[in-house]
Unconditional design. Structure first.
Length: 315
């Protein structure tokens, strides 16, 4: 674990807890990593770093989540040669309560931008110094984190939605909206250092509307049938992307938590949790490798190599 601080343009210094996963040649002799909820069966605490320079992936957790919410995926990427960085979105974690105020909607993308800056400019005494590639980053997020990723991908906010906040400031996105915050949303949060985007069960489509057409993908849009069935917000987001390079992976029988470590704990769905993890792992890693220029994953992403009979691809 690390931490970082940056300046919120409106509210001053903001501090984030940061979880890091990275490749190591160590397999034993160190403490098992415990994230406060689960003990890992793969990750160990503060091992030495393997030789090499590794591509960077960043992850944004969902509403009332925490950095390690999808540790199965973080560990899979690290085991295949990636450094993964995931912050706690301060004020929107498991112990912060259910309220979402306007500021968290702009802080979340700024948090991820701050993480990328931190990881690409590490001090010499950091164990990962000289091990993190300064090339394109893989951006990933689940649920509210999926919203975060779409904002970073360049989705522009519906100006009518922003304007309506002054008329209906009851909660959520509109709760504390003012002219300064509105200006941040109007400017947008496109992050050019991210080369490929993974949005898992994203929400808040109404904040973007037609602005989804401004996404500068490619986006891997992962959804689940028992979470967002046909005709729901998942379809609205997919239909709004309008980019031939995007890919949708639908987990048949999966739920909202099929993308988190809580897949078999918080909901009862027909998709086996481990099978869901395998699908998410395979397509997310392939998406990142494609960004890195790896051509061998084309058959997976095109569907000619089947990953599972429990998922469907859409182009």
């Amino acid at each position: 674990e690390d931490s970082l601080s940056y300046e919120d343009p409106l509210l001053g210094t903001r501090t984030l807890r940061l979880a890091l996963w990275y490749p190591s040649s160590e397999k034993s002799g160190a403490d098992v990593y415990y994230d406060g909820m689960f003990a890992s069966d793969q990750a160990i605490l503060e091992p030495s770093v393997a030789e090499g320079v590794f591509p960077l992936a960043v992850f944004s957790h969902g509403h009332q989540g925490y950095a390690e919410n999808s540790s199965f995926l973080m560990e899979h990427l690290a085991s295949h040669g990636w450094v993964v960085a995931a912050p706690d979105h301060t004020g929107n974690t498991t112990f912060d309560g259910p309220d979402r105020q306007t500021e968290i909607y702009y802080q979340r993308p700024l948090d991820i931008q701050a993480v990328i800056t931190e990881m690409q400019d590490l001090p010499e005494d950091h164990r990962l110094y000289s091990h993190v590639s300064t090339g394109k980053v893989l951006g990933m997020g689940h649920s509210f984190g999926g919203y975060t990723i779409l904002a970073l991908a360049g989705a522009s906010y519906d100006p009518e939605k922003i304007a309506s906040c002054t008329e209906n400031p009851e909660g959520g996105f509109c709760s504390t909206m003012d002219e300064e915050k509105a200006a941040l949303f109007e400017a947008g949060f496109f992050e050019p250092r991210i080369g490929a985007f993974v949005a898992m069960a994203p929400g808040d489509e109404d904040l973007f509307g037609a602005g989804l057409q401004n996404v500068q993908g490619p986006v891997l849009h992962q959804t689940a049938t028992e979470d967002q069935p046909e005709g729901s917000e998942a379809d609205l987001i997919w239909n709004g992307l309008k980019d031939g390079d995007d890919l949708r992976v639908i987990l048949e029988g999966g739920g909202h938590q099929s993308f988190t470590d809580y897949a078999d704990l918080l909901e009862d769905v027909s998709l086996d949790a481990e099978e869901g993890f395998r699908i998410v792992d395979a397509y997310t890693l392939a998406w990142g490798l494609q960004m890195e220029g790896e051509t061998a994953v084309a058959s997976v992403l095109e569907g000619s190599t089947e990953v599972s009979e429990n998922c469907t691809l859409q182009k």
